[in-house]
Design a protein around this ligand. Structure first.
Ligand code: SAH
Length: 263
């Protein structure tokens, strides 16, 4: 069976065996692990993950042809779900905590990351997840306060996840070759984080602040709160600062105050 990569589904298959092995090692897969691989393609990662003999192996893959291909290749060792990952309720896949691998199209990686972070059901269904991003996006996720890349993605991602950069991956490790460098990130749930009733409020707050990136923070505070002075006093905010100068923790506290208004 010959697989012709579909551009529309962002199909860039990993071909560099050393990189594939490195990615698999990051997952720390054991005999008792349950795996979820998203966008398995032709199974280049799948094959090496299976060598670790995990207990269970689920795959979500949107392309029906590839699902047939994978079922053919790996048979009963895998359980395939032929769907768009953005439509799947991850909580329902397994009662075990999942180790998630995803070398997905970059735009899907970012969307799925936001989806998982802002899920209302805050039950942790994963042990960790390992996702591929375009390097520039990974840098925004990892960005420190006060840096140019710091923004909504950094604030949101750091809320309940520890994030570790694993490695940059050269375009030549893929077939066909993408136009950009990739970066692999590993996300692990934080033990302690500020609980929010609805994490979407954190999205709202950070969006309002960073829509006015260059303005002082008085502006977004006025927009979010009827009585901003009370919040400024309570959180000891310096109103001469700009959005990029506030730490992620400050944004979590602002989101908490915003929720108290009934949002
Ligand atoms: N992980 C494989 C394939 C990478 S290509 C490898 O490393 O070689 C990206 C894969 O994600 C393709 O197989 C594509 O069909 C699949 N995909 C793209 N969008 C998807 C979506 N929304 N949901 C699930 N799978 C998707």
């Amino acid at each position: 069976m010959i697989i012709k990569p579909k551009k529309s589904l962002g199909q860039n298959f990993l071909i560099d065996k050393n990189i594939i092995k490195k990615i698999v090692e990051v997952g720390n897969v054991k005999n008792e692990s349950t795996i979820l691989e998203i966008g398995a393609g032709t199974g280049s990662l799948t094959e090496y993950i299976l060598e670790k003999k995990p207990k269970k192996f689920f795959i979500i893959e949107k392309d029906k042809n590839l699902v047939d291909f994978l079922n053919n290749k790996f048979g009963k060792k895998i359980h395939t779900i032929n769907d768009d990952v953005l439509n799947v309720t991850e909580n329902l896949i397994s009662t075990e905590k999942l180790i998630v691998f995803g070398n997905l199209p970059y735009n899907i990686s970012t969307q799925i990351l936001s989806k998982w972070i802002t899920n209302l059901d805050q039950k942790n269904w994963y042990e960790n997840y390992i996702l591929m991003f375009q390097k520039e996006v990974a840098n925004r996720i990892l960005a420190a306060t006060n840096s140019k890349e710091y923004g909504r993605l950094s604030i949101l991602s750091n809320w309940k996840l520890d994030i570790k950069k694993i490695l940059d991956i050269n375009a030549s490790c893929f077939m066909p070759k993408p136009k950009v460098t990739s970066t692999l990130l590993k996300f692990t749930p934080k033990k302690k984080f500020l609980k929010l009733k609805n994490p979407k409020n954190l999205e709202v707050v950070s969006r309002i602040f960073f829509n006015q990136r260059r303005k002082k923070i008085k502006n977004p505070l006025n927009q979010l709160f009827k009585k901003p002075d009370i919040i400024i006093e309570k959180l000891k905010l310096n109103i001469n600062l700009r959005p990029q100068n506030l730490s992620p923790e400050t944004y979590y506290l602002i989101a908490e105050e915003y929720e108290k208004l009934g949002n």
